[in-house]
Design a protein around this ligand. Structure first.
Ligand code: GDP
Length: 298
């Protein structure tokens, strides 16, 4: 939790300190609620989540007959936990072999880095991992993945030329032939507005399905937390195109916009499988509501 706290230092600094100011003392009154609203909005959770939390906090305050501002913290923590708890659904990979994970996201979101961290995470659980170098737009991405695989003893399926769907199809065949536990398919970065590229990634998904009928078992959107409120638009667009089953929110360590998690929970909830709080291999963690809220407030 210490590591998580330092990873969330920027969000803590901004949100936590401003809140601490509010909870310092005095009466709970309309002015305090207005200040609370302003503080919540600066954390990028958006209007919907902010209004929801305020309503919920007011209810808790009146139900419990709270009077003092210092008691507001507990009410806010409870409201926040209740709002984002539905996002906490750790990835379960048992029961499918191979279990196929497909990643999507815009350029620079942290896909390649997250693949490395995920591969290590699964290896540490004793599972075999195979990577599909489905980012066929950037030769460097393929080379990066191959080099990483060699260093870490992970098989990488790649093609000199060819399209992403073909690479992924090959990877599914290879994984079945070798009895691999987990397949992670990388894909090229793309914006939801690049319609031809969105068609291409839909095709990748269809071809994976053709190789293994119930795959991909997990379709993850990787999001950079720095984009704040925009993350919600990306979740909506990628979900519509691909049917998302999970999210990875990266770079929470570099931003004060951690409140976006509450925005996603309110506006378009998709399970938040992992959060990235640094560049180190252990800095991708399964999302825990309790740990997250505690790290923000305590
Ligand atoms: P891709 O284009 O989606 O594959 O993005 P990359 O995996 O290449 O990541 C882009 C940059 O973000 C790299 O410099 C990564 O080291 C960095 N990065 C990814 N995840 C995190 C994170 O959780 N925290 C920090 N600080 N940097 C990250």
């Amino acid at each position: 939790t210490e590591r998580l706290k330092s990873g969330l230092a920027k969000t803590r600094d901004k949100l936590g300190k401003q809140l601490a100011g509010l909870f310092g003392g005095g009466k709970i009154d309309d002015e305090l609620y207005e200040e609370l609203e302003a503080v919540l909005l600066t954390s990028d959770m958006g209007m919907d989540a902010t209004s929801h939390l305020l309503r919920d906090v007011r209810e808790r305050v009146s139900l419990k007959g709270l009077k003092d501002a210092s008691e507001l913290k507990g009410a806010l923590k409870e409201a926040l936990v209740e709002l984002i708890q539905p996002l906490e659904q750790p990835l379960q990979t048992h029961g499918k072999k191979p279990y196929v994970i497909m990643l999507a996201g815009v350029n620079g979101a942290g896909k390649t880095t997250s693949i490395g961290k995920l591969a290590k995470y699964f290896q540490s659980q004793g599972k075999s991992v195979l990577l599909a170098a489905g980012d066929t737009f950037r030769a460097a991405a393929r080379e990066q993945l191959i080099a990483w695989g060699e260093r870490n003893n992970v098989t990488v399926i790649a093609q000199q030329s060819g399209d992403a769907a073909a690479v992924c199809y090959d990877a599914m065949q290879a994984a079945m032939a070798r009895g691999i536990d987990i397949v992670i398919a990388d894909t090229a970065g793309r914006l939801p507005t690049q319609l031809h590229l969105m068609e291409e990634i839909k095709k990748v998904k269809r071809v994976i399905q053709k190789a293994i009928p119930d795959a991909p078992h997990e379709v993850v959107l990787v999001l950079d937390a720095n984009i704040g409120q925009n993350a919600i638009n990306q979740v909506v667009a990628f979900d519509e195109a691909l049917g998302l089953t999970g999210l990875i929110l990266t770079k929470l360590d570099g931003t004060a916009k951690g409140g976006v998690i509450a925005g996603i929970a309110k506006q378009h909830p998709v399970p938040l499988r992992f959060i990235g709080v640094g560049e180190g291999i252990d800095d991708l963690r399964p999302f825990s509501t309790r740990d997250f809220v505690d790290a923000l407030f305590d």
